[in-house]
Design a protein around this ligand. Sequence first.
Ligand code: ATP
Ligand code: MG
Length: 567
Amino acid sequence: MRMSKLYLPTLKEEPAEAEIISHKLMLRAGLMRNHASGIYSYLPLGYKVIQKIEKIIRRHMDDSDAQEVLLPILQSSEIWKESKRWDRFGPLMIKFKDRKNREFCLGPTHEEVVTDLLRDEIRSYKDLPLNLYQIQTKVRDEIRPRFGVMRGREFTMKDAYSLDRDDEGLDESYQAMYNAYTNIFVDCGLETRAVEADTGAMGGKDSHEFMVLAESGEDKIAFCTNCEYAANIEKAESLVEKRTVNKEDKLEKIHTPGAATIKELEKFFDLPGEDMIKSVAYQADGEAVLALVRGDDELNEIKLANYLDVDNLEPASEEDIITHFKSSPGFIGPIGSKGVRIIADQRIENMESGITGANEKNYHYRGAKVGRDFEVETYLDLRLVREGDSCPSCSGKLEIKSGIEVGHIFKLGTKYSESMGASYLDENGRDKPVVMGSYGIGVTRLVAAAIEQNHDDYGICWPLAIAPYQIIILQLGNDDAVIDKANEIYQQLESAGLEVLVDDRKERAGVKFNDADLIGIPLRLTVGSRSLEAGVVEAKVRATGQELNFELSSVVKETTELLAKIK
Ligand code: ATP
Ligand code: MG
């Protein structure tokens, strides 16, 4: 491709709207442009990268016997109501009515469509296993679209759905996808780490996310420094140390004027947060819930939401708090609260007694004991793990890092096949629900993640496998000899099957060098009058800065050999 013809609107200035490096570089390198909040147009270079990623994905999906299909983006509300996700997805889903007043949504994911498609087609065990995938636009009306295509409202996803006869079949399909994902990311030149994940609105049991570790990542991952344990913080657990604290025996109401937060209480009582019971009030589908964690712990809302299994979990408003606890926020607690479900973290079970709100302004109880002073519905793991916690599998120490979720795989089990009636007849003629899995890769997010992992102060350093072009030839100056030679090398490399961009624009050398660095083509060849006189072409590897001179007579051979060594 000749750069004089390429639509490549690069920007010199940092775009003000971009916070993270990949977003800045995707705009500056002319890969995409913004249309509306979280919605982008992909320009020629950007779309080439996407197509390269899609090609790698297709190869690995096809190799693992998944078959490509294309499912509708416009989806009828009926199937979503059957699976009970019409409400559960809530405002994340763009919903509308057609001219006949029928409700539709723009597909945020396709479990329902696949189950609906196959429930009438799958008859016997002979039709299984089956794995269908597609690469398509998804629409999610994210609360906070940001970081460019990292969290868009419209984005490209590769999604796959496996259907099996039983759990063993699902385990095999899941493992095949796990392996395919691992290979896809390696082939894209990305370093990822698979971590245990929460299943969220998808439902189901096992789940892993594939994370690109990066400071800008919106996810937090807990890693064990000693063993292989790694989990999204939404899901991560830690060892529950058995210890009892605060052995106050008597329940005492204490005047604590102005002490409403754990910090203020620590100061007031001169005791650590671990002697206190923190009470956090929620509205769960209209029902009042009080979650209790130890004062030094933070509540993990995802764990609470999973236990409650409700469509809507929201922090209680001041009004709700006054209604249910007859007190203002900061002084609420489990003792004497009526009509409220009380759910406690397992560490509370290990507390002999604790300090907690008295449901009266400026008062707290000291010596509050579960079982004697209040009851809890259940104990479960409700806390957010912290750096330095003990690993649940080896008791080593946990470390926390940020990551970008580029892929997510789920064992759905029979959640959709049971709610939507997708079953098959087994060898003995018995009707059984199909066992499903679902597997997603954020294709457009992956572009941004690749840049987060591969850039320097001057621009993008594309991994070779997903670079829009492999080679850029810089034609410096307007000498006929230079123009002819650059052209000749360009033709030769193209004929050798390489992907070449030639900067034949009438621009200054400095502009060409800067643009080449910015757009990050892995190998740069410079053709100028000085190097021609010396009988060479100057080669430079973008990512490592390695510089070489190629003899004019063997440019193609040396380029091909060098490319084979670049990652
Ligand atoms: P997140 O937690 O980041 O919101 P998710 O868990 O809701 O993502 P999945 O339903 O697991 O996303 O979707 C599969 C993949 O699609 C994700 O792993 C991610 O790479 C990508 N993805 C999800 N939401 C977006 C988005 N808003 N913009 C770009 N890519 C996305
Ligand atoms: Mg996910």
